[in-house]
Every structure is written in C-alpha cells, then in structure tokens.
Ligand binder design. Structure first.
Ligand SMILES: Cc1ncc(C[n+]2csc(CCOP(=O)(O)OP(=O)(O)O)c2C)c(N)n1
Ligand SMILES: [Mg+2]
Length: 265
C-alpha cells in the first residue's frame, strides 16, 4: 500500500494527480494552479464563514478534482493536513466530490458538471447588489463547457457586468474519453467569452507567476474575467500526460512508484 499520494505530492509543492492509489478512483487530473500553488492559497484568504465577511468565494465546478482542492484547503487550515490520508476511505469527510455538509471550506456541492458557474454567478450578483467587497472564483473544466447551463450563466454575468467574478477554465483539451475538439469543439473559445461580454486572458496554466496577477485583484476591471488556462492533464508524469485514458485510470503499484519518482525529480 503506497503512502497517501496527496500528502506526498502536496509537500513537494508540485501539481498533484488528484486521487490516491488503487481504490478505483479517478486519476490523472492536472489541477489548476489555483490549487497547486501555496502562495495563491495564502493570498486568497478563503473564509469558511461565507457571507459578506468572506474575502472570496471559491467554486470548484470540476468536482471530480477534489484531491487538489482538499490539499489546498488543508494547507489553508480548514482541516488537519493529516486528514488527507483518509481521502475516499469509508466514512471520510473527504469524498470523491466536494460536499459542503462534510468538508470544511467547501461552499458548494459539485460533481454534476455545469453547476459551479451558475452558482458562482448568483453569489456574484448578490455581492454586486450588496456592494460587498468579496470576489467569486469558479474553476471549470473545458469539456464541462459543453453543458448549456454555463452559457446561460455567462450571458447573465456579461449582462450584469459582474466584475467581482473570475472564471478559470482548465483548458487541457481532454474530457472524459476523448479530446474536446473531437467531441464538441469549443474553439474559438476566447472569442465566445468576449461575445458574451467578458474580459479574457489566455495563459499557460502551469505558469504560476503569470496566473497570480490575474487572480489577485490588482488589475481593475468592469466585466467578469475568464482566464483560459492552457494545461497538460497529468503533467509531470510521463505516461499520464495528455492521455484521455488516465481520466479514470488507476496506477499499478509499479506505475505509482514511477509517478512519484518523476514528481519528486
Ligand atoms: C453532468 C455530468 N455529466 C457527466 C459527468 C461525468 N464526468 C465527470 S468528469 C467528466 C469529464 C470532464 O471533462 P473536463 O470538463 O474537460 O474536465 P477535466 O477532467 O479535463 O479537467 C465527465 C463527463 C459529470 N460529472 N456530470
Ligand atoms: Mg478537460
């Protein structure tokens, strides 16, 4: 039985594959830098009380990537880091999808793709009405954007000029079983968001230094911002990188050892 993957990867400040070991759980996700980088985790000052007092509201719409989310929440102090070892074990608070009734720091249950952005838009509208100082962050997958609910939310956000809302699209070009562009193509993705009244930034999603100024509120804006973060799913593990099959893959003990060695290199 290998040591808990989340703990090992997390302590190396490396992008994590987001689930642990031979338990039939989904593997191979490249997290977005909002999870992977401790500096950002600190600057966000996420607040589990919510409401007007919260500095930010964070929605992980791609609820299948809880591994990276939990590692970040643990580091931010929402629960003990040792608890990461219980990931997806029976009776854990750290299940396969985020559950606000179980996991401290989780504000919205996600898992059904296409929910995070509509919920985030609602909270951003509330903030706009209340003139509350908080900002709202949502992370979606790119395949997830094939859900029509996202575009209703995008239209509303653009119409209301929700400058307190930032969406990060994890643009890894893979969805569950195939490439996005071979399934239902998304391009020209940036133009789509612009047409819906959003500002757009296109970045290398693994370039933390490039991501931070987009997220830290230092650039004033009058519209919602969509950050299209180009990423490589499974980055850092040679045999997983950019492979759709690893969406649900479970590494063998040998593969696990190789993966950890490569991440530690
Ligand atoms: C409404 C809905 N349909 C299907 C699924 C099953 N599902 C989980 S992850 C996934 C693929 C998501 O692809 P993408 O949004 O690109 O996320 P990535 O893992 O590449 O970051 C699918 C289809 C789901 N969770 N919700
Ligand atoms: Mg994807």
């Amino acid at each position: 039985m290998p040591p808990p993957l989340l703990e090992r990867v997390f302590y190396r400040d490396r992008p994590a594959v987001s689930s642990a070991g031979p338990r039939g759980s989904p593997n191979g996700y490249a997290p977005t830098p909002i999870h992977a980088d401790r500096r950002h985790c600190r600057t966000q000052r996420i607040n589990d009380r919510g409401g007007k007092s919260a500095a930010t509201h964070n929605r992980q719409s791609k609820g299948h990537c809880t591994g990276a989310l939990y590692a970040t929440l643990a580091r931010a102090g929402f629960f003990p880091e040792a608890e990461l070892a219980t990931y997806m074990q029976p009776l854990t608070r750290l299940g396969g999808h985020p559950d606000r009734t179980k996991t401290p720091g989780v504000e919205t249950n996600t898992g059904p793709l296409g929910h995070g952005l509509p919920v985030g838009v609602g909270i951003a509208i509330a903030g706009q009405i209340d003139q509350a100082p908080y900002r709202v962050f949502v992370i979606t997958g790119d395949g997830e954007l094939q859900e029509g609910s996202n575009w209703e939310a995008a239209m509303t956000a653009g119409h209301r000029k929700l400058s307190n809302l930032t969406l990060i699209v994890d643009r890894n070009r893979l969805q569950q079983g195939a490439r996005t562009e071979d399934t239902v193509s998304l391009e020209p993705l940036a133009d789509k968001w612009r047409a819906f009244g959003w500002n757009v930034a296109e970045v290398d999603g693994h370039d933390i230094a490039a991501m931070i100024p987009l997220l830290d509120g230092s650039i004033p804006r009058e519209r919602p911002l969509c950050v299209i973060a180009s990423t490589i799913k499974g980055k850092g593990i040679s045999f997983m990188e950019d492979q759709a099959s690893w969406h649900h893959g479970v590494p063998s003990a040998d593969q696990f050892a190789i993966a950890m060695k490569e991440l530690e290199a």
